[in-house]
Design a protein around this ligand. Sequence first.
Ligand code: PEP
Ligand code: MG
Length: 597
Amino acid sequence: MTASVKIEIAEDTILVGIAAAPGIAISRSHLVNRDRMAVIERRISPEEVEPEITAFKDAVEKSKAQLIEVKDQADSKELAEHLYIIDTHLLILEDDLLIGETIRLIRNDLINAEGALNRVLRKLRRVFDKISDEYLRERQSDVDSIGDRLIRNLLGETRESLADVDEQVVVVAHDLSPADTVQIDKSKVVGFVTDIGGRTSHTAILARSLGIPAVVGLETVTSLVPNGIPMIIDGLSGTVILKPSQESFREYLQKKQQYDYQEAELQQFRDLPAETKDGVTLTLRSNIDFVDEIATSKEMGAQGIGLFRTEFLFMTGEGPPSEDEQFEVYRAAIEQMAPYPVTIRTLDVGGDKFVPEFNLSDEVNPAMGLRAVRFSLKEVNLFRAQLRAILRASVYGPVRIMFPMISGVAEVRLCKQFLQKEIEGLNAEGVACGDNVEAGIMIETPAAVLIADLLAKEVDFFSVGTNDLIQYCLAIDRGNEHVAYLYEPMHPAVLQALMRTCQAAKKAGISVGMCGEMAGEDLYSLVLVALGFDELSMNAANISRVKRILRQVEHAEVEEILNKLLLLSTAEEVALTLEEEMSRRYPQVFADRFSVG
Ligand code: PEP
Ligand code: MG
């Protein structure tokens, strides 16, 4: 615990961190000491071993009791679905790698309890540091927060609980554990900022659920900010303003009112159907990478999962997940989402989705290399295990299997043959499969668009992956900032590709959806409904925004807009015309976004 020397802060000092939870908070700072305790390691005599182990076990039990109490006292309904995070922490307190290993070090190396625990924590940190995936790397913070709690309990230190905050403040902390966040009283803590953390840390997830603006990863905020200074946090952009001037104050007060008003207005759409005024309905689903995103998806009104990216499952652990491990994950997703379907996309590695152990890094042109379904069809044992896991899980609710990066009919037929073989194999083994597993494909290559009519005869559904389709259609690397200006969803070629895909699907009588990022942008909603999309799958947070737009138009009107756009020759003309059209129709939503009209 170091008493840091604060420097004089100038008016309107701006800090930029990671936008973790949207919204704007204006209040005074409340510094919470969450510094890591200094730990002294010392050698102990053999007689001290058992008392040290007992003290450590007591600290473990005390930590468990504290977490159970936090969980029992968290009565807010926003958090109910997230309390599993506390369960995760309780599980860490059972983990042999942490607890067993510490006890072994005390006993075998004759080190005091906090010293031994500290060594184990350091070792675990080194393991986490090597993980390239952001989400998994951030799970280190869960272990750290348990480590801190154990050390405090070992040393008999208590710490200020956020439940005791008794006036409106913005909390400034080095880090907040999920247990801290669960204790927040929203009427008092109007926002928080931290030195460390990322968008997918559990603390950020909880902040979003609670609807508290938060900016994390500010690195030095605790050493800069003293207690009680006025500050603004903008959780939309990740900006923090210390000692705001009158102008900043006024500007942000207005932004806050606008944001709060729009949010309140959006709430009313959550449970309403995504339906135009003349009764054309769309199904709005969400894209997820992890099962724990399903709770939020449901809250936001998702009618199923339109894209479950399974790559992340393969980025954990020592090797690829086993069939059983995958089955458990898919089953959890399906059970939680039923009666709505979960669309599970088979492994889409390669390209920008790099899984180190598959060693695809030396390809000269990975975007066009051995990726997605091409990889699955080469590594057939992995593919078969994944298909079996999905099929076994399909008895728990509706499932759709989706094959990525399809470029020809032969590929689809091969995938379906594998699927059929696994169904037959499972049947022969007496293992049940769901009786209505749909098989569909992603439309992500120009070839798939050009032969969409042939592909439509082979599958149950299409889902357009515009993130890749735009890259391949316009020949621009989606991750290359030098050509990012050419990444134009409103390029006439993209519009034609989307139209052709929709027409082919309609003709064959199969459903057509979109799960690329474009689907979640409310600006494009009217174009997509006019093109004939049945389903849009997006980040759950965007569902209400898209619904708000759809519910205010008639289908005839959107066709008119589309026809206008189809006559234009450049992406810029199309984009400008659409922006004008949307600003005119929805001034309250778009007028500020575009300075047109
Ligand atoms: C896409 O390409 O639009 C898509 C949804 O897939 P990913 O972003 O995972 O490549
Ligand atoms: Mg893709």
